[in-house]
Ligand binder design. Structure first.
Ligand SMILES: Cc1ncc(C[n+]2csc(CCOP(=O)(O)OP(=O)(O)O)c2C)c(N)n1
Ligand SMILES: [Mg+2]
Length: 733
């Protein structure tokens, strides 16, 4: 660990100005001043109701410009937060571009009118789309840094390949690239910050954290936010970092600190951390009035450190610019800004026709015929880690085989998650001391041994980290196929799953995308799974635009849909029912290395004429049993439809069947109210009302959790007998 503290007075008077030439110092001031004046103009525009929100970078300009000078646009990668206006300007974004976002213009290059101002996204500069939740960018930055390192070691992986997602992304990397991420002092309280610190330290990644400490998070002062009041004190135990604590209102000292970090990271000595002390001369945002919680005395004290006046004084004192020179520079900035404002006020606003654009990939439609291939019975025996050959394989076997075949085909695929590796201590494997684990359900068994520890590895026990890092990697063009060990524990990743991964494309107006696969073991019927190993809850995720949700019920579908999930260009939540992993039901012969099933195509498990049952997952075999029984006993012919894919879902198949049978039951394992089937039932009632001879029925779990005692579990989850009863009642209606 190295720690450097800079005396700001010293830095400012040192004549070589830490290597900054006169012209660079003048440029730094120009950028800082421009940044401040954009904020001032936006504040005016907001008051005139010409823009709809404002948050400023005021007080943060010096560290921003310093970071922009020390790093390289379009070469290094940037995950800035909303106060980084000066950084973005230093990297090459223009005032006009920023103002286009403020007015919500069609030509807003960051988001096409979708995001608030200061939500930077400039693909050409490698400034990656940011959002409003504090801290979500940090884990994504970790994934970005990991991707850069992975690509350096696997340069062939960047190759464009026709026919899958790889055709549609320019993947680039630099051997000595660095990832930058910034955040406020308050944001260091987020768990994701600590997950990122841990992951970065473990990976010794070339990533620079910049904490811009303005001593406030809206109204909460740093001592009420951070134990001991100093984030520097808390983080110094993380190994391998280069640490800097610097006056972030001093551009020269900040530049020196940044340069030392850059040297550390470019040399691949590990990560760096800058604690920059800045000020917040304006309120948190235009929605906040800081006079309610900060007295004038405190605000005046801060004003003495204002980076704009301070840098102006510095230039005068050092004779780098005289008063005339300052005036000329400022006048130039004002004129340019005026011109930008005039232009931007004439810019056409984003139009309503565009709102559905880029929720999903515009390039590759996973419901299309491209993903419709036939099983190949002549294909050689699937990869079989246990060495056993058998004609039919379980869902677990075929998922494992599919992962294997896809990894062989596509070097961009990386697998990580909790326990997914065979063995993190590689030497045990090399010396054949252990066989390896490969996941708590063994779905990834053998993959680390086959493809190496940089392609299949264990992550820390941190679900947000798994999804956040995957998002960052996918943004760079890798294809992470990560595992959430149990659906019941997906919730720490919910912020990333709800607010980040599925939105990357839409919110950046197709500037960035993050197609990846999140495999999740889901569901009950386990006999003893209890509350925390039995949950469903798929409707929570089908409610998220931008996320594909798949839920296969048998081995063949799992193989075909997983391959589509991997090769498609959208983020996919791939739900694997634990009870089905090794079930006798639905075993299949290995369908070959190119077998795919398009999304949104249901399967008719059994054709019938009297009643339609719509379901998916582990209910499919139960519904089939009930259907066979009612046909045997009552001659009722049930048409059983397995949706297989929940978003998108096959409305045509549902409608066609209901038009034929005029009676329908929607069945799902999750608790009844507000479950996935509620939407299907509502749509049937809405669009097929005149085709119905009976009400739309739902059968599902009771509105409870799943209990441990099997007698209770049986009573809670929908059983074959419940289905049989509902079928009978509805037939007799
Ligand atoms: C997860 C989350 N919680 C709350 C908020 C509301 N919020 C926006 S900014 C902010 C304070 C951030 O403070 P800090 O990290 O110190 O950054 P600063 O604004 O001071 O630069 C809060 C609470 C949010 N955007 N995201
Ligand atoms: Mg703050």
């Amino acid at each position: 660990m190295a720690t450097t503290k800079t005396d700001p007075k010293l830095a400012a008077t040192r004549k070589n100005y830490e290597g900054l030439r006169h012209q660079q110092l003048i440029d730094a001031y120009r950028i800082m001043y421009t940044s401040r004046r954009i904020d001032d103009r936006e504040i005016m525009l907001k008051r005139q109701q010409k823009i709809f929100f404002q948050i400023s970078g005021a007080g943060h300009e010096a560290i921003g410009v310093a970071a922009g000078f020390a790093l390289k646009a379009g070469y290094d990668w940037f995950y800035p937060y909303y106060r980084d206006r000066a950084l973005c300007l230093a990297l090459g974004a223009t005032p006009y571009q920023m103002l286009l976002q403020a007015v919500g213009a069609a030509d807003d290059p960051s988001s096409g009118g979708r995001q608030m101002p200061s939500h930077w996204s400039y693909p050409k500069l490698n400034i990656v789309t940011g959002s409003s939740p504090t801290g979500t960018q940090i884990l994504q930055a970790v994934g970005c840094a990991e991707a850069g390192r992975y690509l350096s070691a696997h340069p062939d992986a960047v190759r464009e390949v026709a026919g899958d997602y790889r055709q549609f992304k320019d993947v680039t990397f630099q051997q000595d690239e660095i990832t930058y991420v910034s955040l406020g002092d308050g944001t260091t309280s987020e768990g994701e910050f600590w997950e990122a610190m841990n992951a970065v330290a473990i990976g010794r990644l070339p990533l620079i954290f910049v904490v811009e400490d303005n001593e406030y998070a809206i109204s909460v002062p740093v001592e009420a936010q951070t134990a001991g009041g100093s984030i520097s004190r808390l983080v110094t135990g993380f190994p391998g970092f280069h640490f800097e604590e610097v006056d972030g209102t001093d551009p020269v000292a900040s530049y020196a600190a940044m340069v030392r970090c850059v040297m550390h990271c470019r040399a691949r000595n590990g990560p760096a951390f800058v604690h920059a002390h800045v000020i917040r001369p304006y309120s948190h945002s235009l929605s906040d009035d800081e006079r309610l919680y900060r007295p004038d005395t405190e605000r005046q004290r801060d004003a003495q450190r204002d980076p704009i006046s301070r840098t102006q004084m510095f230039l005068l004192r050092e004779g780098i610019l005289d008063e005339k020179g300052i005036n000329r520079l400022e006048k130039q900035v004002e004129d340019e800004l005026q011109e930008a404002v005039d232009r931007v006020l004439k810019a056409a606003p984003a139009t309503p026709e565009t709102v559905r654009r880029y929720i999903y990939s515009p390039n590759l439609d996973p419901t299309s015929a491209v993903f419709d291939t036939q099983p190949d019975s002549t294909a050689p025996e699937a990869f079989s880690p246990d060495g056993k050959k058998s004609a039919t394989k379980t869902m677990a076997d075929l998922i494992n085989a599919t992962l294997h075949d896809e990894m062989k085909r596509d070097e961009r695929i990386i697998i990580f998650g909790e326990d997914v590796a065979d063995c993190s201590r590689e030497q045990y494997l090399q010396q054949k001391m252990v066989k390896g684990k490969g996941g708590v359900f063994k779905l990834t068994f053998g993959l680390q041994c086959e493809f190496g520890s940089d392609r299949v590895f264990n992550s820390p026990l941190a679900e947000a980290s798994i999804v956040g890092r995957a998002t960052g990697m996918a943004t760079r063009g890798l294809k992470p196929v990560v595992e959430i060990q149990f659906f019941d524990y997906i919730w720490p990743a919910m912020m990333q799953l709800r607010n980040e991964l599925p939105l990357i494309r839409w919110r950046s107006n197709n500037g960035f995308s993050a197609p990846c696969v999140i495999r999740v073991a889901i569901g009950g019927y386990l006999t003893g799974g209890a509350i925390y190993h039995s949950q469903c809850g798929e409707s929570i995720f089908t409610h998220i635009p931008g996320l594909r949700v798949v839920f296969p019920s048998n081995a063949l579908d799992a193989a075909g849909l997983l391959r589509t999930a991997i090769r498609c260009d959208d983020p996919v939540l791939f739900l694997e029912h634990k009870r089905l992993y090794r079930e006798t039901f639905g075993r299949a012969v290995y369908p070959g290395p190119d077998y795919m099933i398009p999304f949104g195509k249901a399967k008719t498990v059994q054709a019938g004429t009297d009643l339609t049952v719509i379901t998916y997952g582990a209910v499919v075999p139960r519904a089939l049993q009930a259907a066979q029984k009612i046909e045997r006993e009552q001659g009722v012919k049930v048409e059983l439809i397995d949706l297989r894919c929940l978003n998108p879902f096959d409305w045509e198949a549902i409608a066609e069947s209901v038009r034929k049978t005029n009676r329908v039951i929607v069945v799902y394992e999750d608790s009844l109210s507000w479950g996935y089937g509620a939407e299907i039932a509502a749509r049937i009632a809405d669009e097929l009302f005149s085709d119905l001879d009976a009400p739309v029925r739902r059968v599902a779990a009771i509105d409870s959790f799943v209990a441990y005692q099997p007698i209770l579990e049986n009573a809670i989850l929908p059983q074959t007998a419940d289905l049989y009863r509902a079928m009978k009642e509805l037939t007799e209606f």
